[in-house]
Design a protein. Structure first.
Length: 95
């Protein structure tokens, strides 16, 4: 009975070794293949898990900090036009 409980916990809490998207560069956990569980940062083209992004948003809100990219610390774009310019820089850099 005890071993069955251990096996259940192993299956329940098992992390994938890796995914097609690699690992989150912040927490080093494998990124989910579900696009709703990660976010692509337009400034540096890094994919961050939604948990790290959420924790960063809480910290920025709590401490009343300027919104910045969690990976490269680039300030978040203030407009759609600025976001498009950032994306074009990444395209030109071939990221």
């Amino acid at each position: 009975k005890k071993r069955a409980a251990e096996l259940r916990d192993e299956i329940l809490f098992k992390q994938n070794e890796s995914s097609d998207l690699g690992d989150c560069p912040i927490c080093c956990l494998p990124l989910s293949n579900d696009d709703d569980k990660s976010i692509l940062m337009g400034c540096c083209s890094k994919r961050i898990c939604i948990g790290c992004d959420f924790a960063n948003q809480l910290r920025e809100t709590k401490d009343k900090l300027e919104k910045k990219c969690l990976f490269c610390r680039h300030p978040s774009p203030n407009s759609e036009e600025e976001a498009k310019l950032n994306n074009m820089k990444r395209v030109e850099a071939n990221d």
